[in-house]
Ligand binder design. Structure first.
Ligand code: GRF
Length: 219
């Protein structure tokens, strides 16, 4: 079905483990998306080397080369459109994109965040969860809107907090869930089974709820 797969550009800034999970997910014969390119704002992002080894197209749009966010955003937009992208997946992309850019990709740009939104937005989400004493946290795949970490939720995975967890141990447990939920959520969006309607994501009736909200111990 490769002709019909939605061309997706993955934006990274660092290690890129979620990007790797998206690439691995696209190997499934029935996958609804393909990774058209991996783009980083940092030339030294570890994930870039891995992506080129896989034979994927890669590009760097180094934010330090641009005086303003607007000029960075337009260079990025140009690189993305050069790849024929239909969807964008942010995967540990550490730049805030301007409202114009975000508006142009409304309903077509996804992000993964390591908490159960709307709890624990922003950075240091694992420490925020530990400080709050929650017993369950997790990760969220959502559409990107101008307000950070506030876009319509596509899928979430619940992850238990263990006694004695540190931010690092909790992050590792959540990351394993991220690697499952992100490819699954992107598949749903690319396949038209998760659609944005009136500011919320609606799943078509065939979608298995266990795919959209799960605990890692299930799998
Ligand atoms: C992940 O925890 C993701 O949820 C957050 O940044 C981290 C990126 O990790 N947005 P990786 O680069 O995908 O390994």
């Amino acid at each position: 079905m490769s002709g019909q797969r939605k061309r997706t550009v993955v934006l990274i800034s660092g290690r890129g483990s979620n990007m790797m999970a998206l690439v691995e997910g696209a190997r499934a014969a029935d996958c609804t998306y393909e990774v058209a390119a991996v783009i980083s704002n940092r030339p030294d992002a570890a994930g870039l080397a891995w992506a080129s080894e896989q034979g994927l197209a890669t590009a760097v749009v180094d934010h330090r080369q641009f005086a303003t966010r607007a000029t960075f955003d337009s260079a990025l937009a140009e690189t993305i459109s050069g790849s024929g992208a239909e969807l964008i997946a942010l995967a540990g992309f550490m730049r805030i994109l301007g409202a114009d850019f975000v508006g142009r990709w409304h309903g077509r740009m996804l992000n993964i965040h390591p908490s159960l939104l709307p709890s624990f937005k922003g950075l240091d989400t694992h420490q925020q969860a530990l400080d709050a004493g929650v017993k369950i946290t997790g990760c969220t795949v959502h559409f990107v809107t101008a307000e950070m970490d506030a876009g319509p939720i596509i899928a979430q995975a619940a992850v238990p907090v263990a006694e004695g967890d540190t931010a690092e141990s909790l992050a590792a447990r959540i990351l394993a869930a991220e690697h499952r939920v992100y490819p699954m959520a992107l598949r749903l969006v690319a396949g038209g089974q998760a659609v944005l309607r009136d500011g919320r994501v609606v799943h078509s009736s065939g979608v298995n709820q266990g795919d959209v909200l799960f605990s890692p111990s299930d799998g």
